[in-house]
Design a binder for this molecule. Structure first.
Ligand SMILES: [Zn+2]
Length: 350
């Protein structure tokens, strides 16, 4: 993410320390942002206070509040009430059954069930995800295993993805009379994009931008790869893209697109005319004096989204959507990304 953008043709997880030097920050600097982390979390990370953090995670509902014993006795579950007990283990606490000797890990059934690092590292990794920190840089800063950072990042992305999908209206763009630009990556950005690598295995994305406020709000979504010369594949990609537009772009928006692109061209978008009565091609913009200024600003408007699309190409198929989710989350919640993520993790048990 932040650190990686200039590392050409190296997969994201393989950047070496030399190239990551520009990202070096101290733990103290890292812990000072965002404010919520500094004021609420940092005091619980001080040496000797680790137990407080674990109790706090339980109290806010990130860890289970209570636990029943699942020990099998004569093929019957014990079901005894379990007590939260201090323990000389890495998590500081464990559940202990009142009726039998069974103990249970306090991470059980939480989203961190399969994560293998201390809770103080977990909360820092979550904060890192919310700041768009690169995995490699965070691994070095916290002296933890890369797998641990990746595991927590995956948890964060899946919680965020679930929230976005069930609250899609909060990410919707446009509205009556608002201009919304539609492009597909990479074909719509040929003139703006200087990056030529990835040509053989590029992942296409649909890119939607709302021209209303600054900073511009975007929606980006991965499309399946298609061969531009195979009509059926292009058609399928268009079907998916049109569906995404209907989900994200509010009716009455003024859509601006290209005449000659394969995906979401002026002609393809005509099938949504009942929702968006005004659809204009970029060439058509020239005839609208009050919109003409948009043409001069295309590069500036799209710059943040294009950067994300280019960076996304460094990720594996499995992780590209997580990367986009991270972008959408941070775009929405900005400096409050961390507390909003924690909030969504509460009572989100497996
Ligand atoms: Zn028991």
């Amino acid at each position: 993410m932040k650190v990686l953008r200039r590392i050409k043709s190296l997969p994201e997880y393989e950047c070496n320390s030399k190239k990551c030097n520009d990202a070096k920050i101290t733990l103290e600097e890292f812990d000072s942002q965002p404010i919520y982390f500094k004021s609420v979390i940092r005091p619980m990370l001080a040496i000797g206070h680790e137990g407080e953090l674990v109790i706090w995670l339980k109290n806010i509902g990130i860890l289970q509040h209570s636990q029943r014993c699942n020990n099998l006795i004569d093929n019957m579950e014990c079901q005894g009430v379990m007590n939260w007990m201090p323990a000389k283990i890495i998590d500081q606490y464990q559940w202990k059954c009142k009726k039998c000797p069974k103990k249970r890990n306090i991470r059980e059934q939480s989203v961190f069930q399969d994560v293998k690092c201390r809770f103080k590292d977990i909360v820092r990794i979550l904060a890192g995800w919310c700041k768009g920190t690169d995995v490699e840089a965070l691994t070095k800063l916290l002296c933890v295993k890369k797998q641990a950072v990746n595991a927590v990042y995956n948890v964060a992305a899946s919680v965020a993805h679930k929230y976005i999908q069930t609250n899609l209206s909060r990410w919707q763009l446009g509205g009556p009379g608002t201009i919304v630009l539609i492009e597909s990556y990479p074909e719509g950005f040929k003139e703006l994009n200087s990056q030529e690598h990835f040509q053989n295995h590029i992942i296409p994305l649909i890119c939607i931008a709302e021209i209303k406020e600054i900073p511009t709000r975007f929606w980006l979504q991965v499309l399946d790869r298609y061969n531009p010369n195979v009509q059926e594949q292009v058609q399928n990609a268009n079907t998916v893209a049109l569906h995404i537009i209907q989900e994200i772009v509010l009716p009455g928006s003024i859509l601006v697109t290209n005449i000659d692109s394969k995906i979401c061209s002026f002609d393809v978008l005509q099938s949504l005319k009942h929702l968006y009565p005004v659809i204009i091609s970029k060439d058509g913009l020239k005839r609208h004096d009050h919109l003409n200024v948009l043409l001069d600003n295309f590069e500036t408007i799209w710059f943040p989204a294009l950067r994300i699309c280019n960076e996304a190409q460094y990720y594996s198929n499995a992780h590209i959507q997580n990367f986009i989710t991270n972008f959408l989350w941070r775009q929405k919640f900005e400096n409050e990304s961390f507390e909003n993520l924690l909030h969504q993790m509460c009572y989100n048990f497996i």
